[in-house]
Design a protein around this ligand. Sequence first.
Ligand SMILES: [Zn+2]
Length: 314
Amino acid sequence: MQVSPVAKSVNFTEKLYKIFEKRKDISIEEHLLEYKKEKYSFLKISSKNIDSKDPVLLIRAGIHGDEVSGPTTIEQYGNEIFDLAHEKGVKIILYPLGNPSGFDAGLRYNIDNDKGDGGNNDFLRYELEDGSLKDDIGDGKIPFKRFMWASDSSLQVHLPLETQLMHKLLKEDPLNQVKGSIDLHQDYLTPNAPPAAYQYVAGNIQNYKPITQEISKICQVYKNQFIGAGFQTKIDESGNVVGNPLESEAIKSDEDGSIVRYDGSFTDLTYRLGVPYNVAVETTGVTPLDIACKVNLLWINGFIDLIKKHAKSD
Ligand SMILES: [Zn+2]
């Protein structure tokens, strides 16, 4: 398969085709994102022949274009990840580059600087008991009546193009078979953070400890820390921090470096859809890239193991 000739040629997309071209057990779908400034290819890479009984691991990388460790992890370990998953009877649906134009230009958001109404990781809205809508219910103590996809037409939410496409593609995925969801990020926002790893989690989080223990052998786990990269962090169109939250508004990670937060993100959506294991992996921006990639890989491998165990006990 070739990169669409109308899309801007992006080195990374071409690399992905090369990395996976020899595999007979995966398929690559290419979609087009037509921004005002330029057209970009958006790839979805999936295990072939996903049977209706197969458990699926959903992986997304690079929704924030300046956070390169997720896509780099796929570039470096993509074949290893598919091999391991298939060996253990787990299928993969991978969105390797959620924001190709932002990645290409080194921007958090897309090349049109369209961050939508709620950023580009905008996936759901909660309707509270009084009928009001929220995209963030904190640690979940706020009661709500129901949740809706942010793309629900009744809501009239403006989503950036790459987010609209992701909503459309996810709705076509066998979501009832997805047993794990991993979203790969980096944190360039928390001020003065050392090299470290932490994560936003939802679902059966008591099972994540062995994974964070493995991570602690290669990277500091950012435990019991106030994370500045919260919703109250003010970011301009280019993704530069222009205002930090008050310490009282910052969220604290637990002893495993985990934060439970229902913030309307991809991770929150998959949790609400009933996926048992959900994580948004974060490494701080000063973490060396090779370490950040290894942290991402430990989460992916750890989730493949958890899904395999889960499938056995079903
Ligand atoms: Zn991010």
